[in-house]
Design a protein around this ligand. Sequence first.
Ligand code: SAM
Length: 241
Amino acid sequence: AKQRFSVVTLFPEMFERFITQGVIGRAVKKGLIEVALYNPRDYTHDKHRTVDDRPYGGGPGMLMMIQPLADAIADAKKASAKNVQVVYLTPQGRKLDFEGVQNLSQFTDLVLIAGRYEGIDERLIESLVDQEWSIGDYVLSGGELPAMVLMDAVSRLIPEVLGHNQSAVDDSFTNGLLECPHYTRPENYLGKRVPAVLLSGDHEKIRQWRQIESVKRTQRKRPDLLKKLALTEEQQAILAD
Ligand code: SAM
């Protein structure tokens, strides 16, 4: 099924390169994903096309003005399937990880709200937003990059997006592990040689080596991932080694 993203953003131009280049650009061209952009500025009614407003209680910073934002979200929802989820990208949301990306990919229609200024009115979150997601514990100046991060990660889970040759099955996190190391030409780079097994042509040996490296480096770099995993006997043997 086609994955649809509707992004509500004051800076739609930020998405233009993203949706025309590389893996994502190809997926859009092939019709595997569809991206619609909704700019609250197009929903303003005053001469200055105002999109920000002052916060009650004072203090520095502005908020996104309610009416243009709410109207843009409503339009995005109207053009979506019934089971659409409205997602607000916010540093206060649940931290995005592989499992979160998998859950989000269950919905063929996602409306992504990219905030600006100090964010959006709390009542909009309560009444219009289904899910809040963060891309990490730091604050960015807008939700556009987080929206692109989410779109990119969700799109990679659609099998046809990566295609057979580049499938995501070996990628880090897909099976709960980090991926094994990779090497390309030359065989000898600054005195460092490519592991001999990779030159052997023995596919079973190469598979085993990759499995071992994958498990070992996960233990070294991300032991937290291993704790969550039900390891196969082969993997347990590697760790016991
Ligand atoms: N005042 C807000 C707070 O402290 O929670 C931060 C507002 S931030 C300057 C502006 C917008 O950037 C937010 O509305 C949100 O859409 C986006 N944003 C910033 N950091 C983010 C993060 N870590 N994850 C997702 N979105 C983020």
